[in-house]
Design a protein around this ligand. Structure first.
Ligand code: ATP
Ligand code: MG
Length: 341
């Protein structure tokens, strides 16, 4: 158990414990070499899964550079204290989750500033095939002005990020991510996380930042998830027009109907591009078009049938009963008056 004053890897003097997550503890630590404070994410070396996860996070962060994605400065392990660690610049400011608890929702301008930054960080990850998989209010650190206005954000925590080289996805019993942000399509067995599932989570985050609550409520995660999978979110009234419309599209249950990229989503929310483009209209109405096509085909078949029947009615036809063939009086001849009465 580490405490204030301990020195990790003979370099990092622990000053203040910032947070204890599910898999790690984050400290503010003084870097003796650089003579400045850094953020130190630690996990016990006995837990091989956690260590692997931390080192994978360090590796992925080291491969992607974006101004709004947290940087990794160093990673390693300290056998003396039995910890693996990841070193990051110390980001000042609170998480979006903390801000929502302390002061409530963001203004529209603040929301757009945050959204553009988080989207840019995600886009950089997506470009190299990494899906964040845990976009949530606890993983976004806000950048603020002296006066306390939100000017942007930094995305952190690649702990459960995913890329094609990751282990196969099994969803039995557990879907990695934070409840309420997980895209509904990820419930399917073997479903892989995609940039579009990150986009869904980002839309939930934007909604929450504006309204102060997530689009689907419920006590149990399963209930929330069932609602996400079957219901359309309530409109985000606090969002205003472009943001609200962009969120609606980014939260489409069918990933195909979402924006092509997180950046397209954020740009539409910021009013920098159309929320609804022709491609979206076409995709949305493709199903309707298919149904209309099927109905058209059916109507054609019915008309053809009617035409055939009416043409046959014009041709005199005679059906003679077997009694006529037997030599008796014809019992009935179609198309003529009844005979033999
Ligand atoms: N670079 C940083 N600067 C300042 N605070 C940070 C930094 N990185 C993380 N934190 C704080 O620590 C908290 C936990 O960090 P993070 O989300 O990376 O860990 P975690 O949730 O435990 O991750 P994991 O899911 O990998 O276990 C954050 O919510 C934030 O408050
Ligand atoms: Mg986290």
């Amino acid at each position: 158990m580490l405490s204030v004053g301990d020195v990790v890897d003979a370099t990092f003097e622990l000053r203040e414990r910032l947070a204890r997550g599910g898999m790690s503890v984050v400290w503010r630590a003084y870097h003796r070499g650089l003579r400045r404070d850094v953020a130190l994410k630690l996990t016990p070396v006995q837990d091989a899964v956690r260590v692997e996860r931390l080192l994978r996070e360090a590796n992925r962060l080291s491969r992607v550079r974006a101004p709004s994605l947290v940087e990794v400065l160093h990673a390693g392990h300290d056998p003396v204290h039995g910890v693996a660690f990841l070193v990051m610049p110390l980001l000042l400011g609170e998480t979006l989750a903390e801000r929502l608890r302390s002061e409530g929702p963001l203004s529209r301008d603040e929301l757009v500033a945050m959204l553009l930054d988080v989207a840019a960080a995600l886009e950089a990850l997506h470009e190299v095939g990494i899906v964040h998989r845990d976009v949530s209010a606890g993983n976004v650190l806000l950048k603020k002005s002296e006066a306390g206005r939100v000017l942007g954000a930094t995305l952190i925590d690649l702990g459960i990020s995913w890329e094609a080289t990751s282990a196969p996805v099994t969803t039995t019993g557990h879907i990695p991510g934070t409840w309420g942000y997980i895209a509904p399509e990820l419930a399917r067995e073997g479903a892989k996380p995609t940039p579009r599932s990150d986009q869904y989570a980002l839309a939930v985050l934007a909604y929450e930042a504006a309204e102060g609550a997530r689009p689907f409520a419920g006590e149990l995660p399963e209930v929330v998830f069932a609602r996400q999978a079957s219901q359309t979110p309530k409109p985000c009234h606090a969002c205003g027009k472009p943001v609200g419309a962009a969120i609606e599209r980014a939260m489409e249950r069918d990933p195909e109907l979402r924006f092509d990229s997180v950046l397209d989503f954020a740009s539409a929310a910021a009013g920098l591009r159309r929320t609804v483009d022709l491609q979206y209209v076409w995709r949305s109405y493709r199903e309707v078009a298919k149904t209309l096509g099927a109905l058209g085909g059916l109507l054609g078949a019915v008309l053809l049938f009617i035409w055939i029947v009416s043409s046959l009615e014009g041709v005199p036809t005679k059906a003679v009963s077997t009694s006529a063939l037997d030599g008796g009086a014809p019992a009935r001849v179609d198309g003529g008056p009844p005979q033999g009465r």
